[in-house]
Design a protein around this ligand. Structure first.
Ligand SMILES: Nc1ncnc2c1ncn2[C@@H]1O[C@H](COP(=O)(O)OP(=O)(O)OP(=O)(O)O)[C@@H](O)[C@H]1O
Length: 240
């Protein structure tokens, strides 16, 4: 495990985000600390993506405050975010990773070896020279993970990265996420898939209408939810 990270704890203190009259996030208080993956769960539109964007520093709260390792305006050097549909540069898989390394400030002479190691880590070594946009959806998502890992992140935020993938591709992505977690990277991931929550989560943050409804160890949330909303969600009822 790496040394305690300087971007953790990530603390949201009374965070509200409004767009006009719409409250997207509603007075969130939470601390993200090192440890097993945190899965953010909730119905469509409950604010999961917006919460991840706030955690990355891509959006600023309308009220309240966000701090990373106690600092209010930490540059997102060792934070990475992955979206449901990654955007690939019109270059080879290897060149996509090399670009990420260049962005992270790695000297040119060190990049080739690191590109090879990262592609190996995500199982894409054989496809290094293939144009990234010709990779399958699952391969593209693994390449996006390689690019994210190129930043040597302390926190990896993932927004439903397997939502459009088949089970085999989902397994490939989950294995990389678990490996990253085991190497000490803090995983914070939004998911709709309760099977995935069971497979990956150490703890769950359950959101409803922009508010934190329930939070706790994954097994407790899945098997003994304490709120009516969580129980309904787990039964597959519509939670609006
Ligand atoms: N810029 C914006 N202006 C107005 N409303 C917004 C804006 N961004 C998000 N919203 C609304 O805020 C709510 C939360 O959106 P968000 O995408 O964070 O939810 P989500 O839980 O990730 O949803 P899904 O599971 O469908 O991805 C939604 O109702 C969305 O329409």
């Amino acid at each position: 495990m790496r040394a305690p990270s300087s971007d953790l704890p990530l603390v949201l203190d009374g965070v509200t985000l409004q767009a006009g009259a719409t409250v997207i996030l509603d007075r969130l208080n939470l601390a993200i600390t090192p440890g097993a993956p945190t899965l953010i769960v909730g119905p469509n539109g409950s604010g999961k993506s917006t919460l991840l964007r706030i955690c990355m520093g891509l959006a600023a709260p309308s009220a309240g405050r966000v701090t990373w390792g106690g600092r209010p305006a930490s540059p997102p050097v060792r934070r990475a975010i992955l979206f449901q549909r990654p955007v690939m540069l019109r270059r080879t898989a290897a060149a996509n990773v090399a670009y990420a390394l260049a962005q992270a400030g790695m000297p040119h002479r060190e990049r080739a070896a690191r590109v090879a190691a990262l592609l190996e880590r995500v199982g894409l070594a054989d496809l290094a020279q293939r144009p990234a946009r010709r990779l399958s959806g699952g391969e593209q998502q693994r390449l996006a993970l390689a690019r994210a890992l190129a930043r040597d992140p302390e926190i990896l935020l993932l927004d439903e990265p397997t939502a459009s993938l088949d089970p085999a591709a989902t397994r490939g992505v989950e294995e990389i996420v678990l490996m990253a977690a085991q190497s000490g990277i803090k995983i914070v991931m939004a998911s709709h898939d309760l099977g995935q929550v069971r497979r990956l989560a150490g703890e769950v943050i359950f959101m409803v209408r922009g508010a934190l409804c329930e939070r706790g160890p994954a097994a407790d949330f899945l098997d003994h939810p304490t709120t009516q909303e969580a129980a309904a969600f787990l039964r597959g009822d519509l939670v609006i």
